[in-house]
Design a binder for this molecule. Structure first.
Ligand code: ADP
Length: 398
């Protein structure tokens, strides 16, 4: 069975065709600059093709994806009928979609109606589903996999904010959490790999990339997570501030005479690693610069590591214990230095890293804690596309 996974952004459409019999990626790529001009990168069998095609909308991008998969140099399947189903990544499912769902017209309408909660992602994702329906026809099943679903098990005390209750009732303002597909994949994968039943287990998953979030997973279910109403909350990220005292926002708007949109831009695009270091949003650049003595780069590294450490402690307290800490995402998987600093002086909690194992990046599941410690620490590469494909397969097979 072959499943196509689609991850649509406002001006891009990433795809992966996965053979579910062996979980191999047959081809993958990205259509960029949709609505501007158009560029597709198509990768298959260790080869990569890149060419320009006009993409006025997501529909033309979809047509090009089908063309790239079924014809020319990059052809990997005879025709589109070989694709059994399409799995779509969706940013926001509000409180309505607690699990992945077979896509109907009503589901697409709902996803569109949550646009206020996910203004940059939900509209293009709904548009991509319509485009996919047009190009693939009505007989190819499509499944929506929501970034928010895994976090829907949070208790009320974790997801409510201390603001007047009427705003929850009127505008659904609460913590939703994001990266759910990754947190679910990594936590389930760990439990399966270790042959553990979810009941009674207490895990902290640190998904650290350009966007980062940390989740407390108790009994296999999300109990709390660091991102909130939007993906701006939580720890310092590439260009996002993470949590700040809300008064800072009001104070700055006043002092600098900023509109809400300008403030939004500062918090989402000019803060985080970039804002603090005044150098780069990329963690690797900051690590290199801090080694060369750049003080602000070092400050940004120190801040994020301290924040991660605090979340691990807080979530261990919230869950009443801790069995494992799992690192994933570009930074979590690759930065031994960050992992070492985060775990430093946590021996009192039963966390101690094996220095050699931690320094050694295998690119696959890898235990990095000293054997026999109370808490295991692992690096587990995330695979959101495979998680989406697995959900899609499970749903179409009923
Ligand atoms: P996204 O959230 O966009 O999916 P990724 O998960 O790919 O991002 O993570 C990208 C981040 O991972 C970048 O900040 C990059 O610098 C960082 N990264 C990758 N390799 C390393 C490394 N060896 N050391 C530190 N950071 C790294």
């Amino acid at each position: 069975m072959k499943i196509l996974v689609i991850n649509a952004g406002s001006s891009s459409l990433k795809y992966q065709l996965i053979d579910m019999d062996n979980q191999n990626v047959i081809a993958k790529g990205n259509c960029e600059r949709i609505g501007v001009d158009g560029l597709i990168t198509h990768k298959f069998a260790d080869r990569s093709l890149q060419y320009e095609v006009p993409f006025p909308t997501h529909k033309e991008a979809f047509m090009e994806v089908v063309k790239a998969l079924t014809s020319g140099e990059g052809k990997v399947i005879g025709d589109v009928s070989e694709i059994s189903a399409v799995g779509h990544r969706v940013l926001h499912g509000s409180e309505v979609y607690k699990v992945s769902t077979l896509i109907t017209e009503k589901v697409i309408d709902d996803i569109e109606s949550f646009s206020e909660l996910g203004p940059l992602h939900n509209p293009p994702q709904a548009a991509a589903m319509q485009a996919c329906r047009t190009v693939f026809g009505p007989d190819t099943p499509m499944v929506a996999v929501f970034d928010t679903s895994f976090h829907q098990t949070m208790p009320e005390k974790a997801y409510m904010y201390g603001i007047p209750y009427e705003y929850y009732e009127k505008y659904h303002i609460r913590k939703y959490g994001f990266h759910g597909t990754s947190h679910r994949y990594v936590s389930q994968h760990y439990l399966e790999m270790r042959g553990l039943k979810p009941e009674g287990t207490k895990l902290v998953v640190c998904h650290l990339g350009n966007g980062s979030s940390i989740t407390a997973v108790k009994d296999g279910k999300c109990m709390d997570t660091s991102m909130g109403f939007t993906p701006l909350d939580g720890i310092l990220m590439g260009t996002r501030s993470g949590a700040v005292d809300p008064s800072v926002v009001l104070y700055l708007e006043n002092k600098e005479n900023l509109s809400a949109d300008q403030m939004n831009d500062i918090l989402n695009k000019k803060s985080g690693f970039l804002g603090v270091s005044e150098l780069s949003s990329d963690a690797r650049d900051l690590v290199n610069a801090s080694h060369e003595g750049n003080k602000l780069a070092k400050l940004a590294c120190d801040m994020v590591r301290y924040e991660i450490k605090k979340f691990i402690g807080a979530y261990a307290a919230a869950m009443g214990g801790l069995d494992a800490v799992l690192f994933t995402g570009g930074i979590g998987e690759n930065s031994g230095e960050l992992r070492a600093e985060v775990c430093e002086e946590l021996e009192f909690m039963g966390i101690q890293l094996d220095e050699k194992e931690n320094d050694y990046n295998t690119g696959s599941d890898h235990k990095i804690s000293v054997p026999g410690q109370k808490v295991e620490v692992w690096v587990i590469p995330t695979n959101e596309e495979l998680a989406i494909a697995l959900d899609t397969k499970a749903i179409i097979e009923g």
